[in-house]
Design a binder for this molecule. Structure first.
Ligand SMILES: [Zn+2]
Length: 575
């Protein structure tokens, strides 16, 4: 890494284009985890405006670190708030095979601390928090080849963590120690802007840097407006000036970019999706896998640097905007969910791609796609960035969770959600949520049989709760997160991530030859039930032809059937 420093100075002076001609100066390696932490420790020792803090554990056995840089020595959130300073949190190495941000962040920290007098505005007006390597487990699992298509570095880490989890799907379900520790860091610092650094896969094109900004429709509107219309254009302009023009992340509508590209919907399982739940703007850097490692690190470096510059310029505005957004979140009445891309709305952007074509494959003999780098083009393509919600969920005045569901309660608390405990056994009229329908993935996804397309119904019930059961307060800045976690229809809800699967299995049954007589008695006693059954039989031929199914139908409409089957153990307060 030491040799990097003069290399970067050269970059600054001679620009990226001339860098490519500096024989031997081109970056082709990335440091090991230990080398990264050693260098941050050195920086910590040599500077009084930076601190390396040891945080919670990861599944690797090593703790997470946060490196904080602050010209005003605001090394706690309380100090940052006292000085009204916005906080940026930069996360690196969530996918350690994509280490561009690990190198870029370290180099940026070195440059700032080597010559703080050149970075006065940034140092005085922004608190910079860097997670040097997030997926330490994956970074330790180093090799040459797991990213088959990537153009360097020579060695890098592996995507899965020690439990083979993709940490960029773990922010809601919290299966990894890494994610638990991240949540603690995030909730301690409550950043104004979050950046997660990556390398893309997918189509070929001319750009080195592509980006995802947190999807605007699911965010606070004021923050989304600043993020998309003020911050992003500034970064784009700076990058263009550095001859590192960027384009939105290339998620194509069809096979190639000419078919149009779509904004990525990063739901709460993703890093910036999680951040947005707490009114934090988000940027994902996605350098292009086919570009040389050197160029990718330089582009990431400049994106981070440009972002810091704008944050410093707009520090007060960003600080105030978040406070306004938090207030709005605390008073939100509905959670919008069921996001679908609105294909009727798009903007047109200039896109610098390569002509694509098809030719016979030497492997299969069938047609294959290829991009022709000798035929670069600039074309106008459609950019679809609007999502519309298909479900509106009214927020309750509070939730009650029986204490048995400790994982749910613990994770809410870890996220800083305010809770209180019932002081005595109490009977309360609440709105219960029944799971009516759901789909489940056919093979394990991120260690879960994830549910989706969940449908519910509500029912008013009077429930006896016990001393120690938990009341989750609403009308707080946590509203969006709490509703995303506890409302089953939300895409990354705790229900969908299997937190409540125990409720989906019926525990008590009946013996048919005994229940026949009870069922007959019930139908005689309640002619309205008989009418309902006859109606159900008319609508459902299978029911009509199946004696046992009809017995089950009567059972499920009787007092013998357990009320807890398919009932979410999260009750909605009515007030
Ligand atoms: Zn990635």
């Amino acid at each position: 890494m030491k040799s990097l420093f003069p290399f970067f100075l050269l970059v600054f002076i001679f620009s990226e284009a001339s860098m490519a001609q500096q024989a031997g100066a081109v970056l082709t390696t990335t440091p090991t985890y230990k080398e990264v932490i050693d260098q941050y420790e050195q920086l910590d020792k040599s500077s009084d405006i930076a601190e390396l803090k040891t945080m919670g554990p990861t599944n690797s056995g090593f703790p997470l670190h946060v490196f904080i840089i602050s010209g005003k020595k605001c090394f706690t959130k309380a100090d940052a708030d006292k000085n009204q300073l916005p906080v940026i949190l930069i996360n690196n190495g969530i996918h350690p095979g994509e280490p561009d941000g690990i190198d870029a962040s370290l180099q940026l920290a070195k440059d700032i601390l080597a010559a703080p007098q050149n970075y006065t505005e940034i140092l005085q007006k922004v608190v910079i928090c860097i997670i040097p390597v997030y997926n330490i487990d994956g970074a330790l699992n180093r090799g040459c080849c797991s990213r088959a298509n990537q153009n360097g570095p020579e060695e890098y880490g592996f995507r899965g963590n020690a439990k083979n989890l993709d940490l960029n799907r773990d922010f809601m379900k919290l299966d990894s120690k890494n994610a638990e520790s991240f949540v603690s860091i995030f909730q301690e610092w409550k950043p104004h802007l979050f950046i997660d650094t990556h390398v893309s896969d997918g189509a070929d094109y001319q750009y080195t840097m592509t980006y995802v900004v947190s999807q605007k429709n699911k965010m606070n509107a004021k923050l989304a407006n600043y993020q998309d219309n003020v911050l992003l254009p500034f970064i784009q302009e700076k990058m263009t000036n550095k001859k590192m023009e960027m384009t939105p992340y290339v998620e194509t509508m069809g096979e190639t970019p000419e078919t149009g590209i779509t904004a990525f919907l990063e739901t709460a399982r993703f890093s910036t999706g999680y951040a947005a739940l707490f009114d934090c703007m988000g940027i994902i850097t996605e350098t292009h896998m086919l570009k040389p490692y050197n160029d990718r690190v330089v582009a990431t470096y400049w994106l981070l640097f440009s972002t810091l510059g704008k944050m410093a310029k707009d520090a007060k505005q960003i600080f105030d905007l978040k406070n306004e957004a938090i207030k709005e979140t605390a008073s939100m009445k509905n959670l919008s969910s069921g996001w679908k891309l609105d294909t009727t709305k798009y903007s047109e952007i200039n896109f610098k791609g390569y002509e694509a074509g098809h030719k016979p494959s030497e492997v299969s003999g069938l047609q294959r796609l290829y991009y022709d780098k000798t035929k670069p083009y600039t074309k106008t393509i459609k950019n679809y960035t609007e999502y519309k919600s298909t479900i509106e969920i009214a927020l309750p005045s509070f939730y009650i969770i029986p204490q048995a569901w400790e994982r749910t309660i613990d994770n809410l608390k870890l996220n800083g959600v305010p809770v209180s405990y019932l002081k005595r056994d109490t009977t309360i009229e609440v709105e219960s949520t029944y799971i009516e329908k759901y789909e489940t993935v056919k093979s394990p996804y991120e260690s879960h049989y994830l549910h989706f397309d969940t449908k519910i119904r509500h029912e008013k019930q009077t429930i006896k709760f016990s001393k120690g059961d938990v009341i989750v307060k609403m009308n707080t800045p946590m509203n969006r997160f709490v509703a995303e976690a506890l409302e089953p229809q939300a895409q990354d809800s705790y229900f969908n991530w299997n937190y409540f699967d125990g409720t989906l299995q019926q525990k008590e049954w009946f013996s048919d030859y005994v229940f026949e007589d009870i069922a007959a008695g019930l139908l005689k006693e309640h002619p309205e039930l008989r009418t309902q059954l006859e109606e159900a039989k008319k609508q459902d031929a299978t029911l009509n032809e199946n004696a046992n199914a009809q017995l089950i139908w009567v059972y499920r409409h009787s007092r013998y059937y357990e009320k807890t089957h398919n009932r979410l153990p999260v009750f909605r307060g009515i007030q």
